[in-house]
Design a protein around this ligand. Structure first.
Ligand SMILES: Nc1ncnc2c1ncn2[C@@H]1O[C@H](COP(=O)(O)OP(=O)(O)OP(=O)(O)O)[C@@H](O)[C@H]1O
Ligand SMILES: [Mg+2]
Length: 334
């Protein structure tokens, strides 16, 4: 089924009748409807680059496409997704799944003021939750799949902690956010590389291969291996069938990149460069989905605790977000 749109019908929080908004230069847009229950995770190596901002606005955009969306704050210890959606208090948090023995994750979901966008707030209980044992993490991951929605969007914390990487890898679409600063680019490469290593580690059960992957992950230079691609080549030499399997796993991966806070056209090209470098040196494709300009209306909307799609629907950021979402939807595997 396809959805044809000529203009956006934007439900406002204050008015129950829909408000029609014509966005600039909008042509007929075709959006393929997604297969049921898709998880998108939004991560990235660095803090303050726009992961939460993108998660909340992606959610609003998908809801405009008549999708039922649940956003989950998995920035354990630094939860603030609720604020970006104008939610001030949460009776439940994701921590309740772990510590209150709640079985049905849908009972933790609370509505937002935006139609079809609901939320599971994050827990700000860093002591217990950031050191989550693997068994609890697996349960949480399983429970997320039980949520009743077309799209589940996970807002992740910064960095490459095991929790963050595992949540990132569980998603059908793994979105990496990067800004054009050198520190952010460096962290994005580290994040992508570590995610690839972890994916490979999780995909193999053969003890000596797993050990080789773990040693490489610890930055030990074994047999001159310094990248996921070299690691796969070495594994293929040791065990051709494992090598083939890992190559397949890497090829089937859906990872996308969004460049945020772009101030000049050349900065957006960083997305293409990261895509090329990842393919060449990491041995897996990172699809460059699009960029968002640095836009005053974006940070102004954050101060008002309103997603910029709602607060400033005719801004350049919205035009670019639309293109980015369209590219992300194309990546959805049936
Ligand atoms: N496109 C943009 N234009 C203008 N300002 C932006 C843009 N993107 C992000 N910002 C600014 O960056 C700030 C940080 O955004 P956000 O909280 O989404 O980052 P984050 O990656 O989730 O951070 P953390 O890792 O701490 O959770 C915003 O409050 C906003 O001021
Ligand atoms: Mg955040």
């Amino acid at each position: 089924m396809a959805i044809f749109r000529r203009q956006w019908v934007l439900p406002t929080p204050t008015d129950s009748s829909p408000q029609t908004i014509n966005l600039p230069n909008r042509n007929l847009t075709l959006v393929q409807s997604a297969p049921s229950q898709i998880i998108w995770a939004v991560g990235g190596g660095k803090g303050g680059i726009g992961k939460t901002l993108l998660t909340s606005n992606l959610a609003i955009f998908l809801s405009w496409l008549h999708k039922k969306v649940i956003v989950v704050d998995l920035d354990l210890g630094g939860a603030n997704l609720h604020t970006s959606l104008g939610v001030t208090s949460s009776p439940h948090t994701v921590g309740d799944l772990l510590y209150k023995n709640i079985d049905n994750p849908n009972s933790l979901v609370q509505p937002t003021q935006y139609k079809n966008v609901s939320l599971i707030s994050g827990s700000n209980d860093p002591i217990n939750i950031t050191n989550m044992p693997p068994i609890q993490r697996s349960r949480l991951v399983r429970k997320l799949r039980e949520l009743d929605a077309d799209f589940i969007l996970l807002d992740l914390g910064a960095g490459t902690s095991v929790n963050t990487l595992e949540f990132f890898l569980l998603a059908d679409q793994k979105i990496v956010v990067v800004t054009p600063e050198p520190t952010s680019i460096e962290n994005a490469y580290r994040f992508i590389k570590t995610a690839f290593y972890r994916l490979m580690r999780n995909a193999t059960a053969t003890p000596y291969i797993r050990q080789l992957i773990e040693q490489t992950m610890e930055d030990k230079i074994i047999k001159g291996i310094s990248s996921p691609k070299e690691l796969i080549n070495e594994i293929a030499r040791l065990s051709p069938s494992e090598g083939e399997q890992l190559k397949k796993t890497m090829n089937e991966l859906s990872m996308s990149l969004i460049v945020n806070q772009v101030r000049a056209k050349a900065e957006a090209d960083i997305g293409k460069s990261i895509q090329i470098v990842s393919e060449r040196y990491f041995g897996a494709r990172v699809n460059y989905a699009g960029f968002l300009p640095y836009d005053n209306s974006v940070w102004q909307s954050i101060r008002k605790r309103v997603p910029f799609l709602i607060d400033s629907p005719n801004s350049m950021a919205v035009t670019h977000l639309e293109e980015t979402v369209r590219n992300l939807l194309k990546q959805n595997k049936p």
